[in-house]
Ligand binder design. Structure first.
Ligand code: ZN
Length: 385
């Protein structure tokens, strides 16, 4: 390999790009990609009430096939820097391990993708047989409104028609080659609110305690599974996260009680169908006796699946070639920017080992950076064969 992914990863880790700061990371990528012949656009997106965020779009070549690498260079804060064995933005290497905030989530994988693409281009007289782009956001770890959503829309408006996407989020639980993500569960948040009648605790017949009703509906919502899973997904899950009454008075029956819950749902449901199902169960439990309502938060995290097929096989094959392991096809974990990308093209996630993401001493084995670069490189050779 002629391009060193470890050097690129170090340079990126030295940029203090805590969301929404660009920290020099996108400027660095702009330089590297421009000198390899990419057309590079730096785009700052903003919205009232949110910090403006820098993003980068770069393309080389034209036509099809068209492979896009997606990722982010923003990172979560380091936490207490004194607790790190190496300063979090120093990019220090010790015993074959590169330390730094973003090492696995996900500057390391961005570095590997850049190194693999540059290497592929060098071996193919500087141009792909089709097109390759990088869609890099600085707004993944934050509220994610000035990042991939707007960047994808911008790219579509400028005529970019991606065929496939690799998103380099850290997907492997223990070692490189464990797992690729071929989809993600949807996520919905809501409040269950029960209204009663406030009164004196010694005269309950004059009041209507909403806590009783809240407990009845909560119990009903937890009693039955939402489904039993599907071919590629675990069963959906409804989880209560807080119960809020806020009543500090010992002799008062409160007038209202509420609870927050989150549902992680699979492809047995659409968001609309799931809301109907949950509300039907609440309605049945309430029996016209309990005054209740569910307030659903707006959600931009729908369930999706990139069905197994030639593209999944191509990625799995490249991983197997380099690691000698067959990755599990998973839809587990939280949401990622793949939830936005899937509206434009099929997307698969494969990156580094996720064990230290967001942790003190986030780190990556330099051997993993080299291996992931080889995997991406193999994938590029096959994709453009
Ligand atoms: Zn990430």
């Amino acid at each position: 390999m002629n391009v060193d992914p470890v050097a690129i990863a170090r340079d990126l880790l030295r940029c203090p790009s805590v969301t929404p700061e660009e920290g020099g990371a996108l400027a660095y990528l702009e330089r590297v990609l421009k000198s390899a012949g990419f057309e590079v656009h730096r785009l700052i997106f903003a919205e009232p009430g949110t910090a403006p965020v820098g993003n980068l779009f770069a393309r080389i070549g034209a036509g099809h096939p068209y492979l896009m690498f997606a990722g982010h260079t923003d990172v979560v804060p380091a936490g207490d820097a004194a607790k790190w064995s190496h300063p979090p933005f120093s990019g220090e290497i010790a015993d074959g391990t590169l330390f730094g905030r973003g090492a696995v989530d996900m500057k390391g994988a961005v570095a590997c993708a850049v190194a693999a693409v540059l290497d592929h281009l060098q071996a193919n007289s500087g141009k792909p047989k089709g097109a390759i782009s990088f869609l890099i956001t600085g707004d993944e770890e934050g509220v994610a409104v000035n990042g991939s959503v707007k960047l994808l829309r911008w790219a579509a408006e400028h005529g970019e028609k991606f065929d496939h996407c690799i998103l380099g989020e850290p997907t492997n639980p223990k070692s490189l080659g464990d797992m690729i993500k071929i989809g993600r569960r949807g996520s919905l948040n809501a409040s269950l609110i029960v209204t009663g009648t406030q009164g004196h605790v010694a005269y309950p017949d004059l009041a209507d305690n909403p806590i009783r009703g809240l407990m009845t509906i909560m119990t009903a919502l937890l009693a039955e599974p939402l489904d039993h899973g599907s071919a590629h997904f675990d069963p959906s899950n409804l989880e209560f996260t807080t119960i809020d009454i806020g009543n500090k008075t010992v002799n008062l029956i409160p007038g209202e009680a509420s609870a927050r819950f989150n549902v992680r749902y699979n492809d047995c449901h659409s968001a609309t169908a799931l809301k109907t199902l949950v509300e039907a169960r609440a309605h049945k439990a309430a029996k016209d006796r309990i005054r209740w309502r569910i307030a659903w938060d707006a959600s931009n995290a729908d369930v999706f699946l990139t069905a197994p097929g030639p593209f999944v096989d191509l990625v799995s094959g490249a991983i197997a070639d380099i690691t000698r392991r067959k990755p599990a096809l998973s839809t587990s974990g939280g949401t990622s920017d793949a939830r936005f990308i899937k509206d434009y093209c099929p997307v698969i996630e494969f990156g580094l080992v996720n064990a230290t993401m967001h942790a003190i001493d986030e780190r990556v084995a330099t051997a993993d950076l080299v291996a992931l670069t080889s995997i991406y490189r193999r994938l590029l050779d096959r994709y453009f064969a």
